[in-house]
Design a protein around this ligand. Structure first.
Ligand SMILES: *[C@@H]1O[C@H](CO)[C@@H](O)[C@H](O)[C@H]1NC(C)=O
Ligand SMILES: *[C@@H]1O[C@H](CO)[C@@H](O)[C@H](O)[C@H]1NC(C)=O
Ligand SMILES: *[C@@H]1O[C@H](CO)[C@@H](O)[C@H](O)[C@H]1NC(C)=O
Ligand SMILES: *[C@@H]1O[C@H](CO)[C@@H](O)[C@H](O)[C@H]1NC(C)=O
Ligand SMILES: *[C@@H]1O[C@H](CO)[C@@H](O)[C@H](O)[C@H]1NC(C)=O
Ligand SMILES: *[C@@H]1O[C@H](CO)[C@@H](O)[C@H](O)[C@H]1NC(C)=O
Ligand SMILES: *[C@@H]1O[C@H](CO)[C@@H](O)[C@H](O)[C@H]1NC(C)=O
Ligand SMILES: *[C@@H]1O[C@H](CO)[C@@H](O)[C@H](O)[C@H]1NC(C)=O
Ligand SMILES: *[C@@H]1O[C@H](CO)[C@@H](O)[C@H](O)[C@H]1NC(C)=O
Ligand SMILES: *[C@@H]1O[C@H](CO)[C@@H](O)[C@H](O)[C@H]1NC(C)=O
Ligand SMILES: *[C@@H]1O[C@H](CO)[C@@H](O)[C@H](O)[C@H]1NC(C)=O
Ligand SMILES: *[C@@H]1O[C@H](CO)[C@@H](O)[C@H](O)[C@H]1NC(C)=O
Length: 592
């Protein structure tokens, strides 16, 4: 009996050892919602933590930083661009595609380095002032003030990264502006001063449109060069090349493209713009951007998100990437609890309920504006209404004065808007609003906002009774005023490059006047948002004003931000809006 017991014990032991090395199941996206162009590193010196940076275009604060220990649970720890004086010019870019493009995050010599480009997409490709290339450096990523002001360097292009060679010479690589290129270029550089040497072409890619996003990795005596090609839409792909010398010539990997979902039926499309990093056990991982649009590419309000995959990189060979999907198995990481993650922001995927109680002294870290906010337009617990967020209306509405393609927002006060990213396919977002417009055009409400030219918005506003197009059914809708009399109305308005539903205006039912209202945006399915309103705290009385396709906010480089706005619509009004409640609940994440 004894030998058999020992044998059984041995078998059990072997089984548990085998179990321990079995691969783990991972889920995508790891950073859902507007988190494009990921760049990630693993930093043993900072408590064995993974750090990822994303691009942010015109959103402020800009360049979010997330951390993780297990590559599955992620936490927002702050933003590289967190003060206006770091980069005043973000206020001046005037196109929806302008702002902060792809960053590269690296750690070297006890310093975090973040290289990126502030793009003014209004200027010609060949104009070097279109491409404001910048270096931020910081010693402590958890401390916003640690990040330097922008150090500018001269490069007529974008997607820049720092690279340190074995001899400690420092270089910058980047994508030369593609309509006058396309080339991937390299120059020697001083990252402390922004001085750069002569740019030289190192690779032209495999022939896809717009070779960009270059990253160089040194391994086994080779320089491996990774690139994105095909543009950031359905044709996006990742290619690689390698050389024995940094400046080339680089030979293309015969297996290119090494990662793409082009020409597949996957929900995860536009896979590209990747980065590679190693975990504490030496295993390789890749991140990339992807859009959960399916090949139809019509409804993808969350835009370009961050996805993860396992990479196998044998000695002296090119790495092998696991294709991107909603679920995959890859290298085992030690389980980690969320509580070991430092940092001030929320965990990705945590629901939120905000009452703006008086002990709240700053807006939560994940709250986002469009360009720099006017600080005095956002007041927490003002004396006249504690436990609220007071919004001072901006002269401009969300679209801006001129609703044309350029989407100009030039005005000292910008737009009063604050929101959070849509991070779930299905969600309910709502706010409680105390707002009494007294002047024509004063308006406050909620928006599913992608850019100034792409948003679905519902506000309370003062308009002539004759402007009504409909009425809320089934409630005490008594409205006696008519014609030119100004009355509070609920207005749904949309802006997009695709046809949008017509503006809908309904008089605020008599029984609701003077009450705090709940305004809600809910994803009823993956393609439609419902906009509803009703007296705060009386759910059964909520009425849906409009259900609209989210194709209006499925476009371009950014992703939908759900938020509140207050505006004078170019008029004279001064009425503040008070947000007394704020809720976001994820109700479903589509992964296939
Ligand atoms: C963009 O902004 C600049 C100022 O920063 C302005 O001169 C230019 O006219 C604007 N472009 C358009 C198309 O409005
Ligand atoms: C590392 O940083 C220190 C000070 O921050 C600097 O003096 C030194 O030159 C740096 N070393 C390299 C290789 O850049
Ligand atoms: C930047 O580089 C371009 C192209 O080489 C050159 O024309 C321009 O003068 C440079 N600008 C600065 C500020 O060095
Ligand atoms: C490169 O810099 C690192 C960090 O400053 C230092 O430890 C190393 O000795 C340097 N190597 C060379 C070849 O100068
Ligand atoms: C890249 O393309 C340019 C323009 O066609 C050409 O001059 C250059 O030689 C090419 N470089 C490489 C490394 O292939
Ligand atoms: C997708 O298919 C088209 C048509 O066959 C082809 O031209 C393209 O190269 C493919 N894209 C990728 C990334 O493989
Ligand atoms: C793609 O989306 C459009 C617009 O929603 C729709 O008309 C079309 O039927 C869809 N095509 C497929 C194949 O699902
Ligand atoms: C675990 O995942 C890695 C990366 O995809 C792969 O190379 C390896 O073969 C997998 N191991 C097992 C036992 O499946
Ligand atoms: C970490 O937090 C997320 C979001 O709140 C939650 O879904 C997840 O279960 C937590 N994981 C662990 C290991 O505590
Ligand atoms: C702030 O006040 C709210 C409500 O009174 C309470 O739930 C919360 O725990 C407080 N937060 C802090 C950080 O004190
Ligand atoms: C409906 O609302 C109006 C305006 O507030 C009020 O005068 C009236 O009494 C209400 N009717 C009912 C049946 O509640
Ligand atoms: C924004 O304001 C402008 C005038 O200031 C107006 O033309 C436009 O209709 C308003 N609304 C939207 C949604 O653009």
């Amino acid at each position: 009996m004894a030998p058999l017991a020992a044998l059984l014990a041995t078998i059990t032991l072997c089984a548990s050892v085998a179990l321990a090395v079995e691969n783990t199941t991972y889920f995508n996206p790891i950073l859902p919602g507007f988190h494009p162009d990921p760049s990630c590193i693993y930093v043993p010196e900072w408590d064995n933590t993974f750090f990822c940076a994303s691009s942010s275009f015109n959103a402020f604060p800009g360049i979010p930083l997330h951390t993780s220990k297990d590559l599955q649970n992620w936490k927002l720890i702050g933003h590289v661009l967190n003060r206006r004086e770091q980069l005043p010019r973000l206020a001046e870019t005037n196109r929806s595609t302008s702002g902060i493009w792809a960053p590269t995050l690296r750690f070297n010599n006890d310093t975090f380095w973040l290289l990126t480009t502030l793009v003014d997409d209004d200027r010609p490709q060949s104009d070097s002032s279109r491409w404001d290339n910048i270096i931020f450096k910081g010693k402590n990523p958890y401390d916003p003030s640690s990040w330097s002001n922008a150090i500018h360097f001269n490069f007529t292009g974008y997607d820049v990264e720092p690279f340190w060679d074995a001899n400690n010479k420092t270089y910058i690589t980047g994508a030369h502006a593609w309509q006058v290129g396309p080339y991937l270029q390299l120059a020697e550089a001083n990252l402390d001063t922004g001085t750069v040497g002569d740019w030289q072409i190192i690779w032209n890619g495999t022939g896809g449109m717009a070779p960009e996003g270059p990253h160089i990795y040194r391994k086994d005596g080779w320089y491996y060069l990774l690139a994105a090609e095909g543009g950031t839409g359905l044709g996006h792909f990742v290619s690689m090349a390698r050389s024995k010398t940094l400046t080339g010539p680089y030979e293309s990997n015969p297996a290119n493209p090494v990662l793409t979902n082009a020409n597949t039926t996957s929900l995860f499309q536009t896979v590209g713009h990747a980065d590679l990093f190693q975990d504490g056990s030496g295993n390789w991982w890749g991140v990339a951007l992807s859009t959960r649009s399916g090949p139809n590419y019509t409804n993808y309000p969350m835009g370009r998100e961050t996805v993860l995959t396992a990479v196998t990189w044998p000695p002296n060979e090119f790495p092998i990437w696991t294709p991107i999907s909603g679920q995959f198995t890859g290298w085992t990481l030690p389980p980690s609890s969320n509580s070991t993650l430092r940092g001030a922001g929320p965990l990705v995927a945590s629901p939120e309920t905000m009452a703006f109680s008086p002990n709240l002294t700053t807006l939560p870290l994940h709250f986002t504006h469009w360009r720099y906010p006017h600080p005095s337009y956002y007041t927490l617990s003002p004396p006249e209404k504690p436990s609220s967020l007071r919004l001072t209306p901006s002269f401009l509405n969300l679209t801006g004065l001129n609703g044309n393609y350029a989407g100009v927002q030039h005005s000292p006060d910008g737009q009063t808007f604050v929101g959070r990213r849509q991070t779930d396919t299905l969600f309910t977002y709502s706010v409680d609003l105390s707002f009494s417009p007294t002047v024509l055009g004063e308006e406050a409400g909620v928006s599913a906002f992608l850019t100034q030219n792409h948003h679905l918005s519902m506000g309370i506003t003062l308009l002539p009774a004759s402007a009504s197009t409909t009425r809320f059914p089934g409630i005490n809708a008594t409205v006696t005023e008519s014609g030119a009399t100004l009355i509070p109305q609920v207005r749904f308005q949309a802006a997009s490059y695709v046809p949008v539903p017509a503006t809908v205006v309904a008089p605020l039912p008599g029984a609701w006047r003077g009450l705090d209202l709940t305004l809600e945006v809910r994803a009823v399915n993956s393609s439609h948002f419902a906009f509803s309103v009703g007296p705060a705290g009386r759910r059964l009385e909520m009425r849906t004003l409009v259900t609209a396709s989210n194709d209006a906010v499925s476009w371009g480089f950014t992703g939908t931000i759900l938020g509140v706005f207050a505006t004078r619509n170019g008029g004279e009004g001064r009425a503040s809006a008070y947000v007394t409640g704020w809720r976001y609940v994820g109700e479903g994440q589509f992964r296939s």
